[in-house]
Write a protein that binds this ligand. Structure first.
Ligand SMILES: *[C@@H]1O[C@H](CO)[C@@H](O)[C@H](O)[C@H]1NC(C)=O
Ligand SMILES: *[C@@H]1O[C@H](CO)[C@@H](O)[C@H](O)[C@H]1NC(C)=O
Ligand SMILES: *[C@@H]1O[C@H](CO)[C@@H](O)[C@H](O)[C@H]1NC(C)=O
Ligand SMILES: *[C@@H]1O[C@H](CO)[C@@H](O)[C@H](O)[C@H]1NC(C)=O
Ligand SMILES: *[C@@H]1O[C@H](CO)[C@@H](O)[C@H](O)[C@H]1NC(C)=O
Ligand SMILES: *[C@@H]1O[C@H](CO)[C@@H](O)[C@H](O)[C@H]1NC(C)=O
Ligand SMILES: *[C@@H]1O[C@H](CO)[C@@H](O)[C@H](O)[C@H]1NC(C)=O
Ligand SMILES: *[C@@H]1O[C@H](CO)[C@@H](O)[C@H](O)[C@H]1NC(C)=O
Length: 341
């Protein structure tokens, strides 16, 4: 019994001081723990900030996610009432609104021709190549309203049974300048954006330089053509081999990437899909993705356009050795080793 008491009192003796000191100990432990936590949180924050900075750099340098379909705005159903004709039997079918956002010589002519081979799609070309239509935001919106009301006439107009209507818009056609109002319009009216980029910007540069050369040289029997429909015409146009300024090449490529990244961030809040020319060429399933994106019945799409600059890059650039040594070993090295597609 005495032993038990002894033990009891010993126990209580042991426990009591512990109980007495425990608030202090707890505080100490808490203090040390919160200090460790604080240091940990700060280090995590610093790491995340630097990671965010790295990511920002990467969005400028690298390609964007191809399957990025953002469904922030549910595509609105439109039942336009055109002023210029009667939708008759298709008046009950909804119409989706879209715009192809791209840069010159990125395959958008070919891509648009493919889309227009769909019976229910109407893409009206580069309507903002005309300066008058893009000179201020009110003329832009007036033009957009007309296109999306099916009142725009072009060779691609399908009228009654169009289920998707849109056009091609190049970055330098007022798109960057008026981006705030345009994004607001897209989100208000439920316009879906189709980004079309080219991965190999060096090949794009070859195409840009040749096309602007042909504007003066007119290689096809005295007429200038940006797109061709026969192998013969393609091979005539590709006889010209541009000289690329190797001094400014890296800066030029960087500028292209930066404007792409800028447009992507401006239009990030719109419903959009990102496509690459090279992927469309290699993988025709991508065309089904586009049709699903526009909620169209999926069809086989065809285009009679012929690619102009085929083959390996050394055969397409007259100062290949200079270009090669300017890009070899840089972040753009993949552009020079890219096999033909
Ligand atoms: C369009 O067609 C419908 C029925 O076919 C008709 O009721 C309507 O009046 C027409 N509208 C115009 C503007 O012609
Ligand atoms: C906008 O451009 C149109 C021509 O497309 C012109 O008639 C109109 O006056 C311009 N508006 C403003 C506010 O500058
Ligand atoms: C597509 O067009 C055809 C006529 O060319 C029409 O019968 C059909 O209803 C249209 N489909 C849609 C989804 O509008
Ligand atoms: C250019 O002329 C050649 C013959 O001189 C002809 O075969 C070819 O079809 C012409 N091409 C164009 C684009 O007119
Ligand atoms: C090439 O680019 C450099 C740097 O921008 C410029 O100084 C030079 O004039 C350019 N050369 C040609 C032939 O355009
Ligand atoms: C677009 O927004 C998403 C999140 O909403 C973000 O993850 C992505 O990095 C943004 N892209 C660009 C290019 O700003
Ligand atoms: C082709 O594209 C489809 C749809 O984007 C994708 O699921 C498929 O993996 C691609 N195929 C190849 C061989 O890349
Ligand atoms: C390209 O760079 C690699 C290493 O980065 C080097 O081995 C190769 O010799 C270079 N090629 C030329 C043609 O300079």
């Amino acid at each position: 019994m005495a032993e038990a008491v002894y033990y009891f009192s010993k126990d209580s003796f042991i426990i009591k001081p512990l109980k007495k000191t425990s608030p202090l100990l707890h505080r100490m432990i808490l203090l040390i723990f919160s200090m460790i936590c604080g240091v940990y949180i700060v280090s995590i924050c610093v790491r995340q900030i630097s990671r965010i900075q790295i990511e920002e750099v990467q969005t400028i340098e690298g390609p964007f996610p191809t399957r990025a379909v953002i469904e922030i705005t549910v595509p609105l159903l439109h039942y336009p009432m055109p002023k210029t004709f009667n939708r008759s039997e298709c008046a009950q079918n909804p119409v989706r609104l879209f715009a192809i956002l791209s840069m010159q010589r990125s395959g958008s002519g070919w891509f648009e021709a493919l889309l227009n081979s769909h019976t229910n799609l109407s893409s009206n070309g580069e309507i903002f190549s005309s300066w008058e239509r893009r000179q201020n935001i009110s003329s832009i919106i007036q033009t957009l309203d007309r296109v999306y009301n099916l009142d725009w006439f072009s060779s691609a107009a399908k009228n009654e049974c169009s289920a998707a209507v849109g056009f091609k818009w190049m970055f330098n056609q007022g798109l960057m300048e008026h981006h705030k109002d345009i994004v607001e319009y897209f989100n208000r009216r439920g316009v879906s954006a189709i980004f079309l980029f080219r991965r190999n910007l060096l090949r794009r540069m070859v195409s840009v330089l040749s096309n602007s050369y042909d504007r003066y040289a007119k290689l096809l029997n005295g007429t200038h053509k940006s797109h061709v429909h026969s192998e013969q015409e393609a091979s005539m146009l590709s006889t010209y081999k541009p000289l690329i300024n190797s001094t400014s090449l890296i800066t030029d490529l960087k500028e292209m990437e930066e404007s792409t990244a800028r447009v992507m961030s401006y239009f990030n809040s719109t419903r959009h899909i990102v496509l690459y020319y090279e992927d469309l060429i290699r993988n025709r399933t991508k065309l089904e993705d586009v049709q699903e994106f526009l909620k169209l019945p999926v069809r086989e799409l065809t285009s009679s356009q012929v690619k102009i600059h085929k083959g390996s890059l050394p055969d397409l650039i007259s100062n290949w050795n200079e270009v090669h040594s300017a890009l070899n070993g840089t972040v753009y090295k993949d552009f020079i080793n890219d096999p033909d597609y």
